[in-house]
Design a protein around this ligand. Sequence first.
Ligand code: BG6
Length: 306
Amino acid sequence: MPIDTSNDIVTLSLGTSSVKVALKGATVISYQHDGRERLFTSAKSNPSPSDKAAVRGGVPICWPIFGPPDLDNPLYAQLKQHGFARTGIWHLEDHHAADDTADGVKATFKLEPTPEIQAIYSQPFLLRYTVHLRPYTLSLSLAVTNPSSAIAPLHFQALLHAYFRLPDGVTPPEVRVTPLESLAFVDKVTGGEKGKETERRKVVDVDGPKGEVDRVYYRAPDHLELAFPTPTASASGSATDVLKVHKTNLPDVVLWNPGPEKGATIADMEEGGAGRYVCLEPGRVEPFEVLEPGSTWEGGIELSFA
Ligand code: BG6
């Protein structure tokens, strides 16, 4: 069965690859590429709609804000960090398995205002999220519509907060991220200001004070790569495994790992979990997107491996 919908989780399968999407947040919670899991999802996290917290792992969708809300802006003041799209209960709107395997399997999820959302966010909106599994790639695409009946533009940030699982035995400081050289960034660990710092490194490792890295890079190239030493290469120092992230209409990118000490304080993090992933999160962070009534904005990522 290329598509299975049970227990509030939609599973798309294609040969030795599969993807699982929880209706809570339309969160992709698993991506098996060629039989190997490529995303990290904390064993302590619960993807069921009965649990109100966002999934800790996979690819949560941050919308309509990224990070903590601006408490001075009444539109966002009642929102939680990263907004409500990652905790809202989405509906499976459509799915399709192509006759030709090369075209893969696709599912589209939809989120519209519910009474719970309207209690904290007054703007009308429509979100659609399309998950498309093909033999060698996974594409995730978010579409935001400001309905034509709306009376004001929709201002939002949007970000796909991907937790990429590291191969067994590989730690975050061994991961290499490119190409971020020459980009302006904000370092949230040191509390730096935007526009003050520029990345000088050709190859960026995922390491910082006590292992913590939390940076927003602005206007990043659309092709990004995470290179992991393979378990055998850790010893021999040769081969690497490369994850390619191609982003579209998501100009910025966040690189995050809390490090072991801070990671251990995250309530829904499995023991030692922070050492098993690196978050690379393409998004529209600054400035906010401004979408006129009757318009649709779309942004997404495509993952592939080399
Ligand atoms: C990252 C932020 O995107 O998400 C970090 O840059 C934050 O500052 C992290 O700690 C996790 O956020 P949350 O709300 O899922 O714990």
